[in-house]
Write a protein that binds this ligand. Sequence first.
Ligand SMILES: [Zn+2]
Length: 302
Amino acid sequence: MDDILAPRFIDPVAARKHLEALRWPNGAECPHCNLIDATPLKGKAHREGVYQCNKCREQFTVTVGTVFEKSKIPLNKWLLANHLLCASKKGMSAAQIQRMLGVTYKTAWFMMHRIREAMKPTDPAPLGGPGKVIESDEAFVGGFKKKRLSGKVAPKKKIVTLVERGGAARSFHITHVDHTNIRAVLVTSAHRSSVLMTDDARFYNSIGREFAAHGTTIHSNREFSRGNGHHSNTAENFFSILKRGVVGTYHHWSETHIHRYLAEFDFRYSTKDMSDRERADISLKGIGGKRLTYRRTDKLAA
Ligand SMILES: [Zn+2]
């Protein structure tokens, strides 16, 4: 948490300029016709940061068409929330963001989910490729046993994660850990030219034959490293962070939002070699091009 007193976290104008420099390296881009030919509107009649496109004459700001659009929360608070979530290995609860930003719990919760949308890859290409190793592994996370007062029970969620060694992680929530679901994830998210590394679950036998090579480790015995890199330690590391995040920070994941939490942990893992600032800037670059999917699939309280 090196620089939370930086101007962009305190001053809305500095925050806007930071965002403009990231999103528009070549000048203000019209979100309607994608043209970089706009005039800043000046004078008392206009808010700062409003531009007018010289072609379609529409007015816009840097947040139009992004997950920050139409928010009344000052941009410096958005940038601080984004920085905190990007810099916290195990995530950050909405309650903590509420206290640190001086916003309501509902607002904090809403902001965090929008930032998680920004962390999702805009156009996810399959992981791996020739000479690359992909580990596939499953974990059960985030449920709770019968609650004393409400009597509510939530089963643990079944997660499959693909991790490219030395690269990115991608996680999916599946209804059952079986051949059909695991294969569906692998064929859409992993290059078949990769080497696949899994445990000895039987459903991996036929899936493994679709890859350049398939190595297994005997999971039940924790018999890692049977020579020649036959292990799934990378995926195990990912799950240990994920589980600590669920237990220590988020406690419970609802069915509706689980894909966002997974995107958050995938994002931090995939950018783990970067500085906090670099990671936060990548997340900010991801705020565009996502609002539509977002609106279609969700009913979030604003
Ligand atoms: Zn335009």
